[in-house]
Design a protein around this ligand. Sequence first.
Ligand SMILES: Nc1ncnc2c1ncn2[C@@H]1O[C@H](COP(=O)(O)OP(=O)(O)OP(=O)(O)O)[C@@H](O)[C@H]1O
Ligand code: SF4
Ligand SMILES: [Mg+2]
Length: 342
Amino acid sequence: MSVRPEPLLAVRQLKVQHRLRPMRPWAPAVVLRAVDEINFNLMPGETLGLVGESGSGKSTLARALVGLNPIAAGSARFQGRELAGLDANAWRTLRRDIQMVFQDPQTSLDPRMRIVEIVAEPLDYLAPELGRDARRHRAAETLERVGIDAPLHARYPHELSGGQCQRVGIARALVVRPRLLICDEAVSALDVSVQAQVIDLLMALQRDSGLSMLFITHDLAVARQISDRVMVMYFGRVMEQARADVLFEQPRHPYTKALLASVPGTDHALRRQLLLAGESPDLSVPASGCAFVTRCPMADEQCTRRIPPVQRLDDGAAVACHYVAGAQNWSVSRSAPEQRGL
Ligand SMILES: Nc1ncnc2c1ncn2[C@@H]1O[C@H](COP(=O)(O)OP(=O)(O)OP(=O)(O)O)[C@@H](O)[C@H]1O
Ligand code: SF4
Ligand SMILES: [Mg+2]
């Protein structure tokens, strides 16, 4: 009997909130449900694409998984170890295994440091046992790996192009040889040709090292190219998860359909039908129904009063909608989502 591998990252009923300062001194603080009870697994060597419109909670989730946003409730287990409630010391040791690449290449690099020093810096505090020369050597090797050749290693960030800076950012994240790389719009600021090179590079690095990636992008074509599976978020909740080919060929959730219909080149009649109108949900009040209810063309009264359970379809897709499975006569398994990692 084959044994199913354990997920590298298992997220269950995760909530992350932002506390906003009240407008007036006597008013109560407003709490935003930026990530609200989400579930997913990330397997070793897998890339999970994370898509959804602006404000859907993608960065909030990513930052929680690297300890930059506190986890309000639920659980995120990395290699079996609970991330919720870890202190700064515990996070320091985890930095060897979990790294993040941010969107803006230039501003995330210290302008006073040379490129090779920027890349070696994480090793200085995460792997001091290597010795100074070995750390510099590994930094130079990693820079070469991302296509930054030796003559550039002694330069400063302002002397490099945006694409080169992003490669430096990736080298800095990879130099510690992490198990999990979280990329938050890591290629969005790059022009198309450099973007394609960086994506190829990440995919090659992943093949070589067995790295897992959580890859956040607003670009659906990029999500499709790089991801094994894709997770669609809408205002703090997961609407749909599926294998990338399944999600793009046969989107099931009304929100996923609307998101895909927003891509240029989509059939005009479909775009008109799915054009997103209506208010966004209010994240400062508890959820009482489907997050998408105010904009969904299929919504009815049940959608306003019951949060849709996650339904798993035969091809492994998981869809949070009251009607999607029944409407298409798909078979549905109703086991508890937390048992399935959805
Ligand atoms: N530091 C913060 N303080 C208060 N609210 C925040 C903070 N960061 C994000 N938010 C709010 O949390 C919600 C989710 O934001 P988040 O940045 O995670 O979305 P996103 O999916 O990454 O969007 P984008 O695609 O624009 O990057 C939004 O309503 C946003 O305004
Ligand atoms: S649960 Fe209702 S509102 Fe939500 S996506 Fe499904 S049909 Fe639309
Ligand atoms: Mg973001």
